[in-house]
Write a protein that binds this ligand. Sequence first.
Ligand SMILES: [Zn+2]
Length: 389
Amino acid sequence: MPSVQTASQFKLLDMYRDLIALPSISSTEPSWDQSNEKVIRLLADWFSQLGFSVEVTELDGLPGKFNMVATRGEGDGGLLLAGHTDTVPYDEGRWTKDPFKLTEENGRLYGLGVIDMKGFFAFIVEALKDMDLSKLTKPIRILATADEETTMAGARAIASAMAIKPDYAVIGEPTGLVPVMMHKGHMSEGIRITGKSGHSSDPANGVNALEIMHQVMGRLLDLQRQLKENYGNQHFKVPQPTLNLGSLFGGDSPNRICACCELNFDMRPIPGVGPDELMGLLHHAIEPIKQQYPNALELFHLHEPIPPYGTDPNGELVLAAAEITGNPAEAVNYCTEAPFINLLGCQTIVLGPGHIAQAHQPDEYLDLSFVKPTIDIIQRLVGRFCLAQ
Ligand SMILES: [Zn+2]
């Protein structure tokens, strides 16, 4: 059980220990998937003690999955500090430490979620506990979400409810304390071709799904080229929206006409060329084949698209974060909840302690050199956006 703490007694390592000790794995594999309720209740307790009003909401159709919004101060605007409460599953046998027991060793804190990203909430409490929040000129809100690692259902629910309207949002994913101002989105798509089987001795006596798929793949490679020629954002190392053929399944025997074939591929939209635009281009690309083989092609999402995200590179938040951290804002190639938080109408950055390379790995760790700068950055952001006169 987490130790009971009062506001004046909050200690970063104790809070960290309590968060890590409460498993909150989310997974599309039901045997791994867990409720995040205990983490949310713990956070609700901490932020209540700091004088926040706390709202905990169970997600529609997802029993055991909760979001929390904690607010201190009145009205709209102000700063939102956001993060997810779930973690990925862990590789059994590959951790050298207990993933649910905070271990301090060699200047590092080990545990599942130390950087990705339950630990960020401990930093928020640690940063706020010594600030005089009775003098807020703008509200400060804390958002803790469910299921970021799978469907982003928590962030999607916040975006569709539109119940909060911050001016600025900071998502504490592990960026090595470098502000992130844009990332690509992600789409996983499938195309299934249903033909008609027959004896291979007469290939015309059937409809060969592999032959149709061959045409589809040709069209997709044309689209891949068009995307590279016509679109790009130079902030990204790979500027264009990408399309990658990932896996192909089809047929069962050399002497049969192949009746069924399925291709899975991904696309990575960029700000300005989002999932809707890419789906439009995709439909356009395969339309002639659909005309030629009515009802043979089926296009479907393997999961709901994650939109790309970008915030104003010259906005107050990006500039303030660059000044406070000493690092210019950059674009990255992984996805976060930022596109959904951004829908609230706020300038949004991703900025948090730890390196992404250590996330989703056995022996996930936070280097303790991040502790002081992280607390300082949170305090200065709150000072700038919620306490300024
Ligand atoms: Zn994360």
